[in-house]
Design a protein around this ligand. Structure first.
Ligand SMILES: [Zn+2]
Length: 300
């Protein structure tokens, strides 16, 4: 059984001129069922996570500021979303979706979160539409509970997983792997356990070679108990911010390499969406839907 975390609050109300494509969340949930890729029984509604769980990953004062809507002006601007109680609860649900999804993946093999991959959230700050780091919160929880010894983060969003890298610096329980655009946000990169920087306009062949070369190697060497996979749709040639030249078919091939290799090792996978900023929402949806289809192909 494949599990999918989703709650209607994932599609958050934003000011009219806001550039973030919130609609993709509700559309994905709808189409996964409409197109018979999954049934409602695959879905679970993530709770609003208990705040104590955040303390394993994030700074107490930062959590308090976020909770009481007292992020400083510059801090809120870097985050990119207006502060509200609804947003705070949404972020706790998304983090719980990745946390509980990972628990279910340990039992059943594969889970998705129709959001998540909030990899720009650091220990004590949020930025780039990321308040709390869902993968870090989830991995720290599983480690703390003794459910896993080691996690591998395969971050194939086009932006560097800078927050994840910072949170797990010098932490041998989580290996952070990030493939990202050299000239993309964030300007100042952190140091992951393995970073691969891509030039502008990197296309399918080069991109897929990098994935096919590194993913099997990392799984073999690190021997993780779970893989967290950020399947960002912002690697596409149509993406407004991505700067790469990967096709929709190339992104699907990427998913096949990752899921195929994880399945070959019978590894539990927690897959999250990451970014996607193509002008045409249909392109974003097609790419994410492919990820759900490929996961199903390998894991059911
Ligand atoms: Zn991104």
């Amino acid at each position: 059984m494949i599990h999918i975390a989703y709650h209607e609050s994932y599609r958050h109300e934003l000011p009219d001129n806001h550039k973030f494509p919130m609609k993709k969340y509700s559309e994905l949930a709808k189409r996964l069922v409409e197109q018979n890729i999954y049934t409602p029984s695959n879905f679970f509604v993530p709770n609003i996570m208990e705040e104590e769980i955040l303390y394993l990953t994030h700074d107490t004062e930062y959590i308090e500021r976020a909770k009481t809507l007292r992020l400083e002006k510059a801090e809120a601007r870097r985050l990119g979303f207006p502060q509200s109680n609804e947003l705070y609860e949404r972020e706790l649900r998304i983090a719980y979706g990745t946390l509980h999804g990972a628990e279910l993946a340990l039992q059943d093999g594969l889970s998705f979160n129709i959001a998540g991959g909030t990899h720009h959230a650091f220990t004590n700050k949020g930025e780039g539409f990321c308040m709390f780091n869902d993968i870090a919160v989830s991995a720290n929880y599983l480690i703390n509970k003794g459910l896993i010894r080691k996690a591998l983060v395969i971050d194939l969003d086009v932006h560097q997983g800078n927050g994840t890298a910072e949170i797990f610096t010098n932490n041998p329980s989580v290996f952070t792997f990030s493939v990202h655009g050299k000239n993309n946000y964030p300007v100042k990169k952190e140091i992951s356990d393995l970073d691969i920087e891509l030039d502008d306009l990197t296309g399918d062949e080069e991109y897929l070679n990098i994935v096919a070369e590194n993913v099997p190697k990392l799984i073999a060497v690190e021997k993780p108990d779970i893989v967290y996979y950020i399947a960002g749709a912002d690697i596409l040639e149509t993406d407004k911010f991505g700067r790469l030249s990967v096709s929709i078919a190339g992104a699907k091939r990427r998913d096949e390499i990752v899921f195929g290799e994880c399945k070959r090792h019978e590894l539990p996978v927690m897959c999250v969406m990451g970014g996607g900023y193509s002008k045409d929402l249909e392109v974003i949806l097609e790419t994410h839907l492919n990820t759900f289809k490929v996961g199903k192909e390998y894991y059911s």
